[in-house]
Ligand binder design. Structure first.
Ligand code: PMP
Length: 322
């Protein structure tokens, strides 16, 4: 994800030029990591641009803010509207949309809860996660950095500070020549990627860690679980050992940015024959058709980015001729 190539950013009710979207250097969020955010994608569809699972992302954002005691001056409907307005103002598809809730006014002191809670929303051009590897398969490294236990930092709230952990794991994997990291939980079970949930396939069954592995409960994960069940695959959420991952037939990541991306190798262990397996491809196929608006079954997962309501000119009234 690169620099924000965007025109307008929504900040507390106004669409401002990107260059003017600034906050104070003494803002609470910058110092203590107490902010919450979302990553959302908008896709081109035959009916125009559409946002994938908007209500689910807004609900998670509201829940994350609530957990961190950030009283929001906006309702869920207003946040959804701000996201749609930002997407429309920038006319970018596919796009990656980033709403963030933060305290940006000068307020030092870790327990400081004073100061306005703000919402900003940006939309930037969305790239394919890891480019070519997103199709041919990602090489992932089991990270030496483990997920913090949710009793320390809850994984189900998507908070800024959680990403210190993802950052360390991600750069460690990159320095070792891998595309991505897979983090274990405090008990050594498989948890998730730096910004993705992880699935594996063994003997025709799909497995993924559950909430007890200190994962973010991904919106894409829920979509994949639904698609997998509808395709008739057995799906099991359970604690997964490293061994089960290293000897899996197939594995894949799910996430808003990663979408559905095959994993072909984990810490030098080649999975299956080193190419995306048939079940992974089956799920990818339905997922990518869904986001492009080609799967009527999941049409309700897409929120159209409708043009602004305009006053429709009324036809001139004609004098009665009869
Ligand atoms: N885990 C982590 C740590 C993440 O940052 C993300 C990305 N939001 C995910 C999983 C996947 O979640 P989603 O499918 O909702 O994007």
């Amino acid at each position: 994800m690169m620099a924000a190539a965007t025109k307008k950013i929504w900040m507390d009710g106004k669409l401002v030029d990107s260059a003017d979207a600034k906050v104070h250097v003494l803002g609470h969020t910058l110092h203590y990591g107490v902010g919450v955010f979302e990553g959302i994608r908008a896709y081109p569809t035959p009916a125009g641009p559409a946002i994938f699972r908007l209500p689910e992302h807004v609900a998670r954002l509201v829940a994350s803010a609530r957990f961190y005691r950030m009283p929001l001056p906006y309702s869920a409907e207003e946040i959804a509207r701000a996201i749609i307005d930002t997407q429309r103002a920038n006319e970018i598809t596919p796009s990656y949309i980033r709403p963030i809730i933060y305290r940006g006014e000068p307020a030092l002191g870790v327990k400081n809860q004073k100061g306005r809670v703000s919402l900003a929303v940006a939309a930037i051009p969305a790239k394919k996660y890891l480019g070519e590897q997103s199709e041919s398969g990602v090489r992932a490294k089991i990270s030496p950095f483990r997920k913090p236990h949710s009793d320390a930092i809850p994984s189900y709230a998507k908070a800024d500070g959680n990403y210190l952990n993802s950052y360390l794991a991600g750069i460690d994997a990159a320095e070792d020549g891998y595309d991505e990291a897979i983090l274990l939980d405090q008990n050594g079970f498989v948890a998730e990627g730096t910004g993705e949930n992880v699935f594996l396939v063994r003997g025709g069954t799909i497995y993924t860690p559950g909430p007890e592995s200190d994962i973010l409960i991904g919106v894409t994960r829920a979509s994949v679980l639904q698609i997998a069940k509808d395709l008739g695959y057995p799906v099991v959420e359970k604690l997964l050992s490293v061994n089960e991952l290293l000897s899996a037939d197939e594995a894949f990541f799910s996430g808003t940015y990663a979408e559905v991306a095959p994993v072909r190798e984990v810490s030098h262990y080649v999975l299956g024959n080193g190419t995306p397996g048939p079940i992974t491809r089956d799920i990818m196929d339905v997922f990518y058709r869904t986001v492009r608006g080609e799967e009527p079954r999941y049409a309700s997962w897409l929120t159209p980015v409708t043009p602004p309501a305009r006053a429709v000119p009324r036809p001139a009234r004609r004098a009665a001729t009869s």
